[in-house]
Ligand binder design. Sequence first.
Ligand SMILES: [Zn+2]
Length: 52
Amino acid sequence: MKNKERHVFLECTECRNRNYTTGKRIRADYKLEKKKFCKFCGKHTPHREKKL
Ligand SMILES: [Zn+2]
């Protein structure tokens, strides 16, 4: 992991499970939101970043 990145969780917006982690540039001031498959919901849902 490069020191210009930090890890964040990607949290399902429906069931709030933290299904993924991803690297994000420290200087990025936007919020990550990605459509990912949630195995708890059994479908693709929007996942939002959460800090570790
Ligand atoms: Zn879910």
